[in-house]
Design a protein around this ligand. Sequence first.
Ligand SMILES: [Ca+2]
Length: 326
Amino acid sequence: MKKLFRTLTILFCALAPASGAKAASSVAAPPVIIFDTDMGSDVDDAGALALLHRLADLGEVQLAGVIFSSGKNRFGVGVCDAINTWYGRGSLPLGQYQREDIGDPNNLYSRQIATATNVYRHDVIDRAPDLVTVYRELLRAAREGSVTILTVGHPHGLVWLMRDTEGARLVTNKVSRWVAMGGTPEQPGRDWNLGENGTGAYMDELLANWPTKAYFSPVGETVITGNRKLPATPKNNPVREAYRLWNNAIEKGRSSWDQVAVLYAARPQLFETQPGRMRHTTGPNVVWEPKAAGAMHYRVLPKISEAALAETIEDLMAQPPRKGGW
Ligand SMILES: [Ca+2]
């Protein structure tokens, strides 16, 4: 994280098209992903960030930066830095929500991992720059229409980004899609990411103003991972430790909502998309309207079995980093 500006310079070079090469390549570039997470509340965020790093190692995505969205337990940002460092990307830009109106104050693993800088060799514990500032820097550096914003926590940061004049312009120019882990109940129902912990207050504004296609991934509750191959990884793997600390998920396993959303962002061919509309009703409740037209909202559902999903996710979470702490 110390090397933010150097990293951004490298990112500019990596993401900018070479002169005259704009239309020359016939191979689609991997999606540039900004990962926006409520790391620390549940443990699937740790699994999802591991998955994303491994997919970046494989060249299937470019991971541009990580945004931590909770204002109530600030150590989640340190876990993000520990995982980034484990995968050899400790200088990846990190942003953080600075207010305290949103988030889950509970702590099961984030303080323990964030403060253990001697074990995980990271340098961010609980403080990173404001998320709007970092979103703007990442989007300025990206090619037009190249960015996927992937939210696996409360997406209120996107409201703050859209309230910013330059931020709104950058979203329109640089972002091709918003992928969100979020429930799609066909009767109004509580949703953790899109409604709980204060997020419902932001949803009408977000859904009314967001200018790109939005993909909602609801699946993952019965896709259990973290307990088959992850336990065999080294004990100083912060992802393994997060699963151990979170209700002993390293033995019991845990639902994989956030990893399924990551997998959609990287491998959309494994999913079908259904048009409809996501609508906030009251408080923490949302409803998915499958017959509504014109909203640019899609529900994404896997075409492969839950067993195949779990196997794919566990494999990717447990493979060693290409470079880094292994
Ligand atoms: Ca999450």
